[in-house]
Ligand binder design. Structure first.
Ligand code: ADP
Length: 341
């Protein structure tokens, strides 16, 4: 049984969502800390109309005073965007209890899902449209033109390869997300993986006149990790450094090392380039799916816009951190810090 005002406040304080009790005198009898944060600390003891002015909510409170429970939607202006709440209005004797459920997080998730589907469709449609155009041309006007056929087939192969890369990255992303809460269990030698990755990417880099230097990878660097995923982190970061961060004649440096932090020893992987760098305003968004500084350039270089999103998920599965430091015109450094157990 709820007794005095103190008991009531204690009961409300135990509820995680904002809740407000309006007394028989129509004043706010009690409000829990989340409600005080939402509506301001001054609400307690004041007439409820000073805090709740929305006509539907006022009507629902009046109805509850007459014994009828109700639900209303309440939009509260926020700093960056409006917050949508569903308010349950319940009669409690001659008092009225309001409970506020924040629907913004759900609405945001829904919006993210819609954006993701729209992005994927757009990314797939571009190469698909190009291929359909060439197929039509090959079936019609260019049917007997051997030169055009060769040229168009080469373009179609490139577009198909782009779609293939996109689907592959989407699958990687969904697999990494699904495994995010499963702790990796293999013993991995990061130094060996780094040597193999650098060797695999060397031919591509050399084609662009870029040298890759690997430091700290002579002795084994062992940690509990997922081999495939660590390979992916290494190759995505080194590939980006070569792709975006390196004018001909420059060098990409990959460094493995140990670092001691307040929360124990860590392995540190740095991938440093001396290329175009990234403007500070882009840094916080780089790991979002499909976020690119220059969409045209990324596509031209065969990018899917998913590489860093995948890296971020893998690093978080390994309870590590991804740091990005960059200055426009002076190159970038992508660092991965991985805790040693
Ligand atoms: P993408 O497939 O486009 O390469 P990523 O997720 O790997 O996708 O990278 C996102 C964007 O971040 C890239 O499009 C590029 O604009 C920028 N970027 C990534 N690495 C670098 C780098 N080393 N130097 C400059 N820009 C970079």
């Amino acid at each position: 049984m709820v007794g005095g005002a103190e008991d009531l406040a204690a009961v409300l304080a135990g509820i995680p969502m904002p809740v407000v009790m309006i007394g028989a005198d129509e004043r706010v009898a009690a409000a829990n800390p989340p409600a005080l944060t939402l509506f301001g600390a001054a609400m307690t003891g004041r007439h409820h109309l000073l805090t709740f002015r929305q006509p539907e909510l006022v009507a629902a409170i009046a109805a509850a005073r007459a014994g009828q429970a109700g639900r209303v939607r309440l939009v509260l202006p926020g700093e960056t965007q409006d917050r949508v709440h569903e308010v349950t209005v319940s009669p409690v004797g001659n008092r009225v209890l309001l409970a506020f459920e924040d629907l913004s997080a759900l609405a945001q998730m829904d919006q993210m899902r819609r954006d993701f589907v729209a992005n994927v469709s757009h990314e797939l449609r571009t190469p698909l449209t190009a291929m359909m155009g060439f197929i039509e041309t090959l079936q019609g006007p260019a049917r007997n033109d051997a030169n055009a056929r060769e040229r168009f087939l080469a373009i179609m192969a490139r577009e198909a390869e782009r779609m293939n890369r996109l689907v592959r990255d989407l699958l990687h992303l969904s697999r990494v997300e699904a495994e995010e809460r499963i702790r990796p269990s293999e013993e991995v030698d990061l130094a060996a993986l780094a040597r193999a990755t650098v060797a695999a990417l060397k031919p591509v880099a050399e084609k662009g006149g870029v040298a890759i230097r690997l430091l700290g990878a002579d002795a084994p660097v062992i940690l509990r990790a997922d081999t495939d995923q660590m390979t992916q982190v290494l190759s995505n970061l080194v590939e980006n450094a070569v792709k975006y961060g390196s004018p001909p004649g420059s060098e990409v440096t990959v460094t493995l090392g140990h670092e001691d932090g307040p929360r124990g020893p860590k392995i540190r992987l740095d991938v440093q380039d001396s290329g175009e760098g990234i403007d500070a305003k882009h840094l916080p968004r780089l790991t979002e799916r499909f976020y690119r500084v220059d969409g045209h350039r990324s596509r031209e270089k065969g990018g899917t816009g998913l590489g860093l999103a995948i890296v971020k998920h893998i690093v978080s599965r390994h309870r590590g951190r991804l740091l990005i430091e960059s200055e426009k015109g002076r190159g970038s450094r992508f660092s991965v810090l991985l805790p040693l157990d």
